[in-house]
Write a protein that binds this ligand. Structure first.
Ligand SMILES: [Zn+2]
Length: 273
């Protein structure tokens, strides 16, 4: 039976909210969902009596800090049974292999990137292919079907296919309750249409349409609390620390629109090049 999280680490102030590796203390997001990431990269722990779920694992350099945060909640690493991903880039999952080793958890992945995760080699279809750092090969990876729900006890974590920034992009949504008040949490994947020098989102086989569809899916997801992999995209730490409202029913719609607009901007720029 996993222990129930109780936060214990001293509070810290981040020097830079863009620093992927700078440690910061764990925070409750809502209900049994906890922020265990760094100043710049989100890692989310969903605690359930049937075993915990981790979404993302930050870069390898941050893995000690992330594990400290998990332990600070009184959670045993071995009680993390399942690891999910937003997308297969080193800033969000460079620490996955070591996290898996420390926890023994299985990794659930979209079918279209299972081979990429197992190989540890970057994906040629990826817009940032030429600029990505690699990652250690992942073992014990199991594919799930797009849009399926991952069920752990009474917790249901619904998958939202979000290709566009990366081929295997995933958003996740689940419900948490506090004193009978239940909220929809959404961990949305990046909608950034950024790439290496050679990739063109205007090419016929690009991920542009996928990115548009991903924005539409996020916009229509029931969403009270938005979480993003780079916290700055949703002012996440400021919201968790009470400097801004945590609940923001329009957050997913605004996030989706901003992502879609950036893509159209980029396509215009590519057209005049
Ligand atoms: Zn990325």
């Amino acid at each position: 039976m996993p222990s129930a999280p109780t936060p214990a680490l001293p509070q810290t102030t981040c020097k830079s909210l863009d620093d992927w590796n700078e440690p910061t203390h764990a925070r409750r997001i809502y209900g049994n969902t906890w922020y265990v990431g760094t100043c710049g990269i989100s890692v989310v722990l969903i605690a359930t009596p049937q075993g915990h779920v981790l979404i993302d694992s930050a870069p390898e350099k941050a893995s000690v800090a992330v594990r400290q945060n998990i332990l600070s909640l009184g959670v045993r690493l071995v009680d993390i049974k399942t690891i999910l991903l937003t997308h297969e880039h080193h800033d969000h999952m460079g620490g996955l292999a070591s996290m898996q080793e420390a926890t023994g958890a299985k990794v659930l992945s979209r079918a279209n990137v299972v081979d990429v995760l197992k190989s540890g080699k970057n994906d040629r279809r990826d817009p940032q292919f030429n600029e990505l750092a690699g990652f250690d090969p992942i073992v014990n990876v199991h594919a799930f079907e797009d849009s399926s729900a991952i069920k752990i006890g009474s917790t249901q974590i619904q998958h939202i296919p979000m290709s566009g920034h990366a081929p295997g992009g995933s958003g996740w949504t689940w419900q948490e309750c506090e004193k009978g008040v239940c909220k929809n949490l959404v961990f949305a994947d990046s909608l950034g249409s950024i790439s290496d020098d050679s990739y063109r989102y205007s090419a016929p086989d690009s991920l542009a349409n996928a990115l548009r569809e991903s924005s539409q899916r996020v916009a229509k997801t029931a969403c009270d609390i938005l979480i993003t992999g780079h916290g700055t995209a949703s002012d996440l730490l400021a919201r968790l620390d009470g400097a801004k409202p945590l609940l923001e029913p329009q957050a997913c719609v605004n996030y989706a629109q901003a992502g879609a607009l950036r893509l159209e901007d980029r396509l215009k720029k590519e057209a005049v090049k």
